[in-house]
Ligand binder design. Structure first.
Ligand SMILES: NC(=O)c1ccc[n+]([C@@H]2O[C@H](COP(=O)([O-])OP(=O)(O)OC[C@H]3O[C@@H](n4cnc5c(N)ncnc54)[C@H](OP(=O)(O)O)[C@@H]3O)[C@@H](O)[C@H]2O)c1
Length: 335
C-alpha cells in the first residue's frame, strides 16, 4: 500500500478544513464522505473542493462509508458522544480510525475501543492536531534539553466567546458530552500532560454550569505527584486565549497560540536565568496536514502512532475525574 484510502463520517464544520487536506495528501486519498442529513455531504464537497465532486462519493448515512470495500481508514469528527458507537462499527469492518478529541467521554469506552482495535488489528489515534505543529515539537525539545530546568509547573488557557449558532455544544449536561470540559478541555489537559511528562494522581476543578448542566467555564488544578503541578482555565464566556506556559527552576517557555496558531505560524517566547528573554518564530505549517501524513505513514509502514492508546486512555481518565470533581466539589484521586 502506498496511499491510504479515507472515508469521513459527518459533514462537520471541522471537515471544511480537513477534507481538502485528506484529498490532496501525498500518502492518502479521499474516497467518500457520509452525512446523516440529506445531501449535506455533497454540499460540503461542493463548498470546499468542487473539483472533487465527481471523484469523491457522497452518501446519505454512514453505513456505505463504513462498509466501503475501497476504504482503509475512517476519520470521525462527530459530536463527542457519537465517537464510540461509530468507531466500533468502523473497527469491526477492519478500518483504521482517526477519532477527533476526546476519543470518548468515558474511560470504560476507551478501553472497549482499544481492545476491539487490538482484536481487529487496526490502528486508532485520538486527533490532537496541535501535537504535530513544529512549534509544539520545539517546546518539547526545549523541555528535553533541560535549558529550563526540570518542569515542575505549567498552566494552560483556552477560551473564546461561544456564538449563538454553536449553542448546541452547551445544550446537554457534561456527562452527555456537553460543555467546555469535553470540547476545549481535552486540549488544555492533553498539552499539560505532554509537557509535565507524567500522569495525574489527583485533580480538582470548579465550573460555572448553565441550566443544562454544561460547563461554560472551568478552572482546575492537576497534581502530578513529585511536586509537579498544573492549573488550567477553559471558557466559552471569555475572550480568545489559546496558550500554554511551562516553568522550571532555570527558565520558562510559552506558546501564545498553541491550538489555533495564527496564519499557521508558530511562536515560542522563552526566558532563562542565564540568557534572558527570547522570541522564536517557527515557520508556517499545517498541523492537520502533518497529522494525517503521520497517521497514513503508520498505516502504510505498520508503525505505532505518535499519540498512543495509553495517552488517549489517560486523557479521558483525567477529564472524567475533573467532571466528577466539579460535580462533588472535591479532589478526585486517579488510579
Ligand atoms: N481538531 C480540531 O481543531 C477540532 C476543531 C473543532 C472540532 N473538533 C472536534 O471535532 C468534532 C466535531 O466538531 P465540529 O464542531 O466540527 O462539529 P459540528 O459542526 O458540530 O458537527 C458535528 C456533527 O453534527 C452534524 N451537524 C453538523 N452541522 C449540523 C447542523 N447544522 N444541523 C444538524 N447536525 C449538524 C454532522 O453530522 P451529520 O453530517 O451526519 O449530520 C457533524 O458531523 C468534535 O469531536 C470536536 O471536539 C476538533
Amino acid at each position: 500500500m502506498t496511499k491510504v484510502n479515507w472515508g469521513i463520517l459527518g459533514a462537520a464544520r471541522i471537515v471544511e478544513k480537513v477534507l481538502p487536506i485528506i484529498a490532496n495528501s501525498m500518502n492518502g486519498d479521499l474516497i467518500a464522505i457520509g452525512s446523516r442529513r440529506t445531501d449535506a455531504a455533497k454540499s460540503l464537497i461542493n463548498k470546499t473542493c468542487p473539483e472533487l465532486i465527481n471523484k469523491v462519493q457522497a452518501f446519505n448515512g454512514f453505513d456505505s462509508v463504513i462498509n466501503h470495500p475501497k476504504i482503509n481508514a475512517i476519520y470521525i469528527p462527530l459530536a463527542n458522544e457519537d465517537h464510540v458507537p461509530t468507531a466500533l462499527k468502523a473497527i469491526r469492518t477492519k478500518k483504521h480510525v482517526l477519532i477527533e478529541k476526546p476519543m470518548a467521554i468515558k474511560t470504560s469506552d476507551v478501553e472497549l475501543l482499544l481492545n476491539e482495535a487490538k482484536k481487529y488489528d487496526v490502528k486508532v489515534m485520538e486527533g490532537f492536531m496541535y501535537a504535530f505543529h513544529p512549534q509544539f515539537e520545539r517546546l518539547l525539545d526545549m523541555i528535553k534539553s533541560n535549558i529550563l530546568g526540570e518542569i515542575n509547573y505549567a498552566y494552560s488557557m483556552f477560551s473564546f466567546p461561544i456564538q449563538p449558532a454553536r449553542h448546541y455544544r452547551i445544550n446537554r449536561p457534561m456527562k452527555s458530552g456537553g460543555g467546555a470540559l469535553w470540547d476545549i478541555g481535552p486540549y488544555a489537559i492533553h498539552t499539560l500532560r505532554q509537557c509535565l511528562k507524567e500522569n495525574p494522581i489527583r485533580v480538582y476543578a470548579q465550573a460555572n454550569l448553565n441550566e443544562h448542566g454544561a460547563d461554560l467555564s472551568t478552572t482546575g488544578m492537576i497534581d502530578f505527584g513529585q511536586n509537579k503541578r498544573a492549573t488550567f482555565d477553559i471558557s466559552f464566556e471569555c475572550t480568545r486565549r489559546s496558550e500554554i506556559e511551562v516553568f522550571g527552576l532555570s527558565g520558562r517557555a510559552k506558546i501564545p497560540t498553541i491550538w489555533q496558531p495564527e496564519d499557521q505560524k508558530g511562536k515560542i517566547v522563552y526566558a532563562t536565568e542565564k540568557s534572558g528573554y527570547h522570541e522564536e518564530i517557527i515557520p508556517m505549517a499545517s498541523h492537520f496536514e502533518l497529522e494525517f501524513k503521520h497517521f497514513n505513514e503508520c498505516i502504510i509502514k505498520k508503525t505505532a502512532p505518535k499519540l498512543s492508546s495509553q495517552d488517549a486512555l489517560w486523557n479521558v481518565k483525567t477529564l472524567e475525574a475533573l467532571q466528577q470533581s466539579i460535580q462533588n466539589n472535591q479532589w478526585v484521586t486517579i488510579d
